[in-house]
Write a protein that binds this ligand. Structure first.
Ligand code: ADP
Ligand code: ADP
Ligand code: ZN
Length: 218
């Protein structure tokens, strides 16, 4: 199973990608998480990416494409993957298509999670992320068992620097101009599924599973 998740920042891509990956025992690849980890660890990639992340701008395509390809080449991705946060531009989508042709892989579905911009702002202000493992929580909708502490690894929960309101607005603008056109791109290839992201986490997941399981039938 190979799936792409699309949707504006805060739509719930990371949340759903983790659940899909567990359900199908496939690899969850989040470019945002890869970049944030590189920034924290101050690797050469992190040094190149940190300015873009802080400003809410996209990291240049060539950098992202190389990172994603080397991730997808790793052995744990051979059973399949769910991409969260990539592709984010039509150029990135074309580069992924070229990579998949070379490896003779097919894309099963592109899930577009739709949420209004007003609602997204509320999502962001409540988002808390684990400093150690990248798990996300929401103070109202999916609170951790103990406030400020990650359920999965016991790490400290923080507010991401790019979740501050001005950066969020910039990210939504960037989404609108660069990523939104991808919806049409995949719709033309008859791969697109639209789900209503304003429902609860469990309802959104059930809707996605309904589509993906139908797809699985012979
Ligand atoms: P994205 O990866 O698209 O940026 P996240 O999965 O990180 O989005 O979700 C953004 C925030 O909204 C997180 O705090 C998450 O816990 C919360 N969230 C995700 N899905 C839902 C939902 N269906 N209803 C309410 N809150 C949600
Ligand atoms: P969100 O929660 O907004 O969906 P992500 O966690 O996916 O955000 O990404 C955070 C930041 O990482 C982006 O604002 C951008 O700077 C960078 N980034 C992640 N994925 C990509 C990509 N495919 N192309 C360019 N930049 C990216
Ligand atoms: Zn954690």
């Amino acid at each position: 199973m190979r799936i792409i998740l699309l949707g504006p920042p805060g739509a719930g891509k990371g949340t759903q990608a983790k659940k899909i990956a567990t359900e199908f025992e496939i690899c969850h690849v989040s470019t945002g998480e890869i970049f944030r980890k590189a920034v924290t660890e101050q690797t050469p990639l992190g040094k190149k990416a940190s300015d873009y992340l802080d400003k809410g701008l996209l990291v240049p395509d060539e950098i992202v494409e190389e990172i994603v390809e080397s991730r997808l080449d790793m052995s744990d991705c051979c059973k399949g993957w769910v991409l969260d946060g990539f592709p984010r531009t039509v150029n990135q989508a074309k580069s992924l298509e070229k990579y998949m042709r070379q490896k003779v892989l097919t894309l099963d579905k592109v899930v577009n999670i739709k949420v209004s911009f007003e609602y997204l702002i509320e999502r962001f202000t409540g988002r808390r992320s684990c400093e150690s493992c990248g798990a996300t929580f929401h103070i109202n909708y999916s609170p951790p068992k103990t406030s400020g502490i990650c359920d999965k690894c016991g790490g400290k929960l923080i507010i991401r620097k790019d979740d501050e309101i001005e950066t969020v607005k910039k990210r939504l603008e960037v989404y609108e101009s660069s990523t939104f056109p991808l919806i049409d791109h995949y719709d033309q290839k008859h791969l697109l599924i639209n789900v209503d992201g304003s429902k609860t986490i469990e309802e959104v997941f059930a809707d996605i599973m309904q589509y993906l399981k139908d797809e699985d039938k012979p």
